[in-house]
Design a protein around this ligand. Structure first.
Ligand code: GRG
Length: 295
């Protein structure tokens, strides 16, 4: 059965996350509580919504997208838990609540992040909706593993930490973000495309082009929000980039030019969707949300 309406997707995503996470009472209970706290405490769910929106564009059944949508959000939650640790960004606030190492303790936060990553791959591997087409499962596992490992998100985090206090040029900043946040956002679109192996290569490339540009726009918007928003709206500490002497687009280009750049990337992302006509409206809606968001 195909998607009926985009409006039920957020509820579908929450239900799938709830199902995927072990119950809080399952031993070791403190670890499972921390995992649930990290995942179920809000968040915009942009990544799982991108998986479903791409699937809607391609006419993929929603049932075949639940596992990859859940997996990307579990990976995202793990990356936030680890990013907030004292050894990394040392943040006390996330999604308007104490970060996991503050609410629990540092060791629990490290282990909850580790276990969320394993759980993501467990969910992807156990997806019965594609069991009769094992090549789909293998392609999706490969896509997710590449996106979150040393040549993707983790590699980007290393570049990010190395850039603190340094003056870097725009090409280096772009490389950093293509890895740190761009790789997982791009994987969201690819995971849905992997679910339709018959997809023509030019369409696959168009979707990839969309994801690349909207991923970068996401990051530029994030940098702008760190300056123009406030801690309450953001649900995380405003001004953290400046406090950590991070290289950002506003620092490099100026605030107005950074805003213009986000809009240009948005336009380029939209242009890539032209071959899909109205079918790509769910992706257009998420793209608009990414560049206009206030948190
Ligand atoms: C620690 C392995 C490891 C990786 C960390 C993605 C990342 C790499 C760290 C996140 C740090 C950060 C705040 C990056 C800025 C962009 C970003 C990912 C913001 C948070 O994503 P949203 O806005 O968050 O989608 P919600 O809370 O809505 O899910």
């Amino acid at each position: 059965m195909a998607h009926d309406a985009s409006s039920d997707i957020p509820a579908r995503i929450e239900a799938a996350l709830e199902r995927a996470l072990p119950a809080a009472a399952t031993e070791p209970a403190r670890l499972h509580e921390a995992m649930r706290y990290a995942v179920l405490g809000g968040g915009k769910r942009i990544r799982p919504r991108l998986v479903h929106a791409t699937g809607q564009t391609l006419g993929v059944a929603a049932e075949q997208l639940d596992a990859p949508a859940t997996a990307v959000e579990l990976i995202h939650a793990y990356s936030l838990v680890h990013d907030d640790l004292p050894a990394m960004d040392d943040d006390a606030l996330r999604r308007g609540a104490p970060t996991v190492h503050i609410a629990y303790d540092e060791a629990t936060a490290i282990l909850a992040g580790d276990a969320l990553q394993s759980l993501a791959f467990e969910i992807l591997a156990a997806d019965t909706s594609v069991a009769e087409r094992p090549a789909i499962g293998a392609a999706r596992t490969h896509t997710l593993a590449l996106a979150c490992g040393s040549r993707g998100m983790v590699g980007g985090q290393v570049l990010d930490m190395a850039s603190e206090g340094q003056t870097i040029d725009q090409a280096t900043l772009e490389r950093l973000h293509r890895h740190k946040t761009g790789a997982l956002l791009r994987a969201c679109v690819r995971l849905a495309a992997d679910t339709q192996p018959s997809l023509a290569s030019d369409r696959r490339e168009a979707l990839d082009h969309f994801a690349e540009h909207i991923g970068l726009a996401f990051q530029v918007r994030d940098d702008v929000l760190d300056i123009e928003s406030d801690t309450q709206t953001l649900g995380k500490t405003q001004g953290a980039d400046i406090a950590h002497a991070k290289a950002t687009y506003p620092a490099l280009l100026g605030l107005d030019a950074a805003r213009d750049y986000a809009n240009r990337l948005y336009e380029q992302a939209l242009a890539a969707l032209a071959p899909f006509g109205d079918d790509a409206d769910p992706l257009r809606a998420i793209a608009a949300e990414i560049v206009k968001r206030d948190h």
